[in-house]
Design a binder for this molecule. Structure first.
Ligand code: ARG
Length: 589
């Protein structure tokens, strides 16, 4: 199905060419002056230069040629050469009718579906999640869903940090706490226990303690580094501890991500890339790309035309250790082998931009990634507190996801109880759903690359550009539809939408007609905030219509049926959109 913008362009083509102007100049956008028109064509301005004419003259000619169009109810040329357009309400209704009948709401799935790897989440095993990980999970999950909705074959990978110094720190802290464990007995030759020597809450205590100790105790730090090195060289007892750490943490991480409505196809990590590192280094050396510099092995990445100087990418430290970049390059080798992706999308804190420039350039230079493989880095900004500094919890500590969720849920709970009475259990259940929407929408409604201020009261508000406001609109529709049914109404699939009869109803139709165009942009720009913007507009236009219209009291049965159909379409579009953002609506709130 064609999008409404495409259809308007098509309608204008014969007018442009009929006047002797190339159709390539036609440019149609949604009007930014809805008081004057609905759509706007700026083609005359672009054509003016080429044909050395005044834009307004071209616009006038084109407008004249459109006479008799069934698509427009109003089209006129205004200074300096805009063409302002209003759609014929009958045409608009029939287009929205097609949207309603289309399984994908008028969206065209990708003609050539691509295989896309999305790398997000990126939690570090056994370390507390920080705000950056929260943003990565929320934004990445939405980009995954959007890409999938567009018809691509998407594989999501959490890419855990599971191979670093934190492992050595935990091993040595465990050693200090429980020196008698078999893992620390060099003479032990038996099997290692299948039960982990710690619970998740013990593990949560072990890492911060070890990390703090390493900062004041140099000998301890040295031991931890040694332990990390031993683990990475395959020392069996430490590998057995590592396995326990992984198993215990993974269970907890899966639960945490699950609570955020975030899921992954692959639960791989840096450790999975290790077997590919020796081959990678050899390959880089053989190709003459890697060379020794101060004992380290590096690859130059500077390119002609660079606006600034990029340092070389270090792939091996002077002590022989692999680095973050090495592991990301090795991971690309693994992914190429397993999936042959057409595209990679990494959703990571924007402060890691240089790292990804280095990795991408080495991957391309060396042929690890094919020349036409798209490598994208979506770098997101920082979530700040009201003081403008990186967000901290009330006690000033690092973020505990659970604590953050509870704060938001409590805020929503308070708001809900202000207005109505709920049973305790029900209220808690609803506030968890609404709280998640508040959190995710609060994040996703900002352009990802920007920093934003985490403001619980604002995010949890039922009014304004917030998640709860969107949910409130959906709940309102659900309850209207339920009332309609109670009154004996039936939702008839065959009902045809009538032409909108007034300004507020037209507003809803127009916003609905833009869904496919909006989705195309949201995918092209990998920008969930476009969806937020859109559903906010749809909710606003719907609520305006709702306040102006006596929907259930309408006496004309045909019109009432059309209203009902419109309501369920708005609901369907809103629910599809919030699903793409990664949250859902309750039945009441
Ligand atoms: N674990 C990393 C961190 O906490 C994020 C991983 C991002 N993904 C990647 N492929 N490097 O900073």
């Amino acid at each position: 199905m064609k999008t409404i913008l495409d259809l308007i362009v098509e309608e204008l083509k014969p007018a442009f060419t009929g006047c002797g102007y190339d159709e390539k100049y036609i440019r149609v956008t949604v009007s930014n002056r809805p008081d004057l028109c609905e759509y706007q064509c700026n083609g005359a301005m672009a054509a003016a230069k080429a044909y050395k004419k005044k834009p307004i003259d071209i616009a006038n000619e084109v407008v004249e040629k459109t006479a008799g169009s069934k698509m427009f109810s109003e089209i006129n040329a205004v200074m300096p050469g805009f063409i302002n357009i209003r759609l014929n309400p009958c045409y608009l209704a029939s287009y929205v009718q097609q949207v309603a009948e289309d399984e994908k709401l008028g969206l065209n799935a990708a003609k050539k579906p691509e295989t896309i790897i999305i790398d997000y989440g990126g939690a570090n095993v056994a370390k507390p999640l920080h705000v950056g990980h929260l943003r990565s999970a929320v934004i990445g999950e939405s980009i995954k869903r959007i890409s999938r909705y567009m018809g691509h074959h998407v594989i999501s990978d959490v890419h855990l940090g599971d191979w670093g110094l934190q492992m050595g720190l935990i091993i040595e802290e465990l050693h200090d706490r429980q020196p008698d464990l078999v893992y620390f007995d060099p003479d032990y030759t038996g099997e290692y226990p299948s039960e982990p020597p710690f619970t998740i809450s013990e593990l949560e205590d072990i890492y911060p303690a070890a990390s703090a100790k390493s900062k004041v105790d140099a000998a301890f730090r040295e031991r931890a580094q040694q332990a990390t090195f031993k683990l990475q060289s395959g020392y069996a007892p430490f590998h057995a501890i590592w396995k326990h750490i992984m198993n215990v943490s993974l269970k907890d991480l899966k639960k945490n991500y699950g609570n955020l409505n975030v899921s992954f196809d692959l639960w791989k990590g840096e450790s999975d890339a290790q077997p590919y590192i020796p081959g990678l280094i050899e390959d880089l050396q053989k190709k003459g790309l890697a060379y020794e510099s101060d004992g380290a092995l590096v690859v130059d990445i500077a390119q002609e035309g660079d606006a600034k100087e990029y340092p070389p990418c270090i792939v091996r430290k002077s002590d022989g250790a692999a680095l973050y970049a090495t592991s990301d390059l090795a991971t690309i080798i693994e992914r190429e082998q397993d999936f042959h992706p057409d595209r990679y999308i990494y959703v990571v804190d924007k402060r890691q931009e240089l790292h990804f420039i280095q990795v991408f350039r080495v991957a391309k230079k060396s042929g690890i990634a094919k020349a036409d493989t798209e490598l994208d880095f979506i770098g997101f900004g920082t979530m700040n507190g009201k003081d403008g500094k990186p967000f901290k919890t009330r006690d000033g500590g690092v973020l505990r996801l659970q604590a953050l969720r509870e704060q938001i849920n409590d805020e929503v709970y308070k708001k809900m109880m202000e207005n109505r009475d709920y049973g305790e259990e029900e209220a808690r259940e609803i506030s968890a759903k609404v709280g998640l929407a508040a959190l995710k929408y609060g994040d996703l409604s900002n352009q990802a690359s920007k920093d934003y201020i985490f403001d619980i009261e604002r995010f949890a508000s039922f009014e304004g550009n917030t998640g709860p406001y969107i949910l409130y609109t959906i709940v309102r529709i659900k309850s209207l539809l339920a009332k309609y049914k109670e009154q004996g109404g039936v939702l008839n699939e065959d009902t045809k939408l009538l032409a909108p009869a007034n300004e507020s109803e037209t507003g809803v139709y127009l916003t609905l007609s833009r869904f496919a165009d909006m989705m195309e942009t949201a995918y092209k720009e990998l920008a969930p905030h476009k969806i937020c913007q859109y559903i906010y507009e749809l909710s606003e236009s719907f609520n305006h219509f709702y306040h102006e219209t006596k929907i259930l009291l309408e006496e004309d049965e045909k019109r009432k049926a059309s209203y009902i159909k419109l309501l369920s379409l708005v609901q369907k579009v809103l629910e599809s959109c919030i699903d793409l953002l990664g949250f859902e609506a309750p039945d009441k709130m």
